[in-house]
Every structure is written in structure tokens, then in C-alpha cells.
Design a protein around this ligand. Structure first.
Ligand SMILES: Nc1ncnc2c1ncn2[C@@H]1O[C@H](COP(=O)(O)OP(=O)(O)O)[C@@H](O)[C@H]1O
Ligand SMILES: [Mg+2]
Length: 299
């Protein structure tokens, strides 16, 4: 089992890939219920989108990759690795070391993720206090640099402010600052813009794009917005009821061959379809497709 020193050493390994094989999230019990079903995918230094209707298992998959599954959900997989690091054998202390250091996550709503009782500066500095040996002055400098990097004006003043004093867009920038301050290799962004106004969405997404590029990170972007994803990501994983139904290059979304992906694409609301009736998913067709593909995969 790797110690903290080894975990830090592995940070410097290049060409790391996050690999999940047969990743299953379930509710244990006499009649276990599978919420995420045997997912296999890998993510390198690239921008991968995870799309699918609400309830399809996107957030649980993201949380499984962070070792943050909500109780009572449990996980099994034939492989879950970050580069050389086997995530299936980590204890809680090692997960803590990994989170924020190698993989970070930003959630949908900064209002719930930030601590209302602590000033912003304290919260952005926390990963540095926990995971580095930097002295107080160096930490504070890094916090100001990071707040600058996420485009927040007057970082010094901001450090003394509390979450309720921020707008949604500012809160999400603070969340990004917290997620990125320890230079993780992967960022998982779970609908990072869905709580924001339309204009602010574009801005925060452009910021994520710039930071991912500058810092040479891998990104898993969970999103409802297929239009957004088609411009922003390189590859798309399509989820439906806990299954990974389709995987395709993002610029091929408009020409998807899988009927579910086609329908998701044609259901996307846009300026062009404003006022028109959107197509409805054909669930009977989906059920028959799933049945056919599970028979195909039988030996
Ligand atoms: N803590 C939990 N306990 C039981 N079921 C859960 C829990 N969290 C999520 N689920 C269920 O797992 C499924 C997938 O949820 P989720 O990953 O949040 O979907 P998505 O992010 O795609 O909207 C849903 O059916 C949801 O009801
Ligand atoms: Mg979700």
C-alpha cells in the first residue's frame, strides 16, 4: 500500500490515465440495487464530458472517483486506478491525501459547498494547510495568486469576506480556486454552471477551459448542455439509467449513430428550436436496444 511520500512522488509521473473497469455503485442489502452499472472508461489529459438525463448516475460516478460516495452507497470494480495508484485499496487517510492533490471536484452549487462560517481566505488556504508544508506567508501568497487566476477582483479584500457576501458566479470561482490550489492532475466538474445565469455560465466555462489548458489537467465535465459540451470537450460519455450507452468524439454529437445520443442531441434546447416542440425520448426503443446489446456481450 502506498504511503504519502509515494503518493506525492506519483504526482510527478506524466501521461497518467484514470482508468475505471466495471465500476459499479450499488445499495447493499439482501436485494442490492445497482445505481451505476459496470462502467468502463478512461480519461487522460483531455476534456471528457459525461452527459445523460437527471438520475442517470453521473454524480455517483464522479463521487466514486473521489472516494466520496454518500452513505449507504458502495462500490466495486475490477480496476480503478489513477496512473499507478490503485484506488480500490486506499484507506480514508490516503483518499484525503489524493483528493485535492491529484483529483479535485467542483460541485453544482457553491452555496452548499462553501462553509458559511469561515472567511473565503481561510477556505481557499485550507488545502495548503492540509497537504503542503508551506509556511503561512507562502500559503497566503499562493491564495492571492489563485484568486487572481480565477479572475476575482481585489483578492485581499475577498479573503476577509464570507460566502453569503458573494454572487453565485463569484462563489463558483472561489470553488475553482479551492479545487485547483494544490495543482491536481484531474478536475471533475459536476454541472459547475447550472446554478448560474446564462452569461455567467459562459464566463465560468471559459475560465475552466483556460485553467485546464494552462495547468495541463484532465477534465471530466458533467453537463446537461450538449451544445456546450460539443464545443468544449473532446470526447463524450453518454449515460442512461446507470449504464454507459455510448461514447463518441464530441464533434460527432450532431452525427451520432446511437439512437439515444441522437435523441439527446435533438432534444437540446437552443435558440434555433426556441418555441418548437422538442422530440421525446422513445423509451421502448431504448429498452430493446439495451436488451440487444446485453445479449451481444454474452460470451
Ligand atoms: N445517497 C443515495 N442513496 C440512494 N440512492 C441514491 C443516492 N444518491 C443517488 N441515488 C440514486 O442514484 C441514481 C443516480 O443518481 P445521480 O448519480 O445523482 O444521477 P445524476 O447525477 O446523473 O442526475 C438516482 O436514481 C438517484 O436517485
Ligand atoms: Mg448529478
Amino acid at each position: 500500500m502506498a504511503n504519502d511520500f509515494e503518493l506525492n512522488q506519483q504526482k510527478t509521473v506524466h501521461n497518467d490515465v484514470l482508468v475505471a473497469k466495471d465500476l459499479t455503485v450499488y445499495l447493499p442489502g439482501p436485494h442490492p440495487v445497482e445505481l451505476v452499472k459496470s462502467l468502463s472508461f478512461s480519461v487522460g489529459k483531455e476534456r471528457v464530458a459525461m452527459v445523460g438525463e437527471s438520475g442517470s448516475g453521473k454524480s455517483l460516478t464522479a463521487r466514486a472517483l473521489m472516494g466520496l460516495l454518500p452513505h449507504p452507497c458502495a462500490l466495486r470494480a475490477s480496476q480503478l486506478t489513477l496512473g499507478e495508484q490503485d484506488l480500490l485499496t486506499l484507506n480514508e487517510r490516503q483518499w484525503n491525501q489524493l483528493r485535492g492533490n491529484r483529483v479535485s471536484m467542483v460541485m453544482q452549487d457553491p452555496k452548499h459547498a462553501l462553509n458559511p462560517a469561515r472567511p473565503i481566505g481561510w477556505q481557499v488556504e485550507e488545502p495548503l494547510r492540509l497537504h503542503t508544508r508551506l509556511g503561512r506567508k507562502a500559503r497566503q501568497e499562493k491564495v492571492l495568486d489563485m484568486l487572481n487566476a480565477v479572475g476575482l477582483p481585489d483578492p485581499k479584500r475577498l479573503c476577509g469576506q464570507y460566502p453569503h457576501q458573494l454572487s453565485g458566479g463569484m462563489g463558483q470561482r472561489v470553488m475553482l480556486a479551492i479545487a485547483l490550489i494544490n495543482d491536481p492532475q484531474w478536475l471533475i466538474a459536476d454541472e459547475p454552471t447550472s446554478a448560474l445565469d446564462f452569461d455567467m455560465r459562459e464566463q465560468v466555462l471559459a475560465l475552466i477551459e483556460r485553467l485546464v489548458e494552462q495547468r495541463n489537467m484532465g477534465l471530466i465535465l458533467i453537463s446537461h448542455d450538449l451544445q456546450q459540451v460539443s464545443h468544449f470537450c473532446e470526447r463524450v460519455l453518454v449515460m442512461y439509467k446507470g449504464d454507459l450507452l455510448d461514447e463518441l468524439p464530441a464533434d460527432q454529437l450532431a452525427h451520432a449513430t446511437h439512437p439515444y445520443t441522437q435523441t439527446l442531441w435533438s432534444c437540446r434546447p437552443s435558440k434555433a428550436t426556441h418555441g418548437e416542440r422538442l422530440p421525446v425520448l422513445d423509451r421502448a426503443l431504448l429498452a430493446s436496444l439495451k436488451h440487444a446489446s446485453s445479449q451481444e456481450s454474452q460470451p
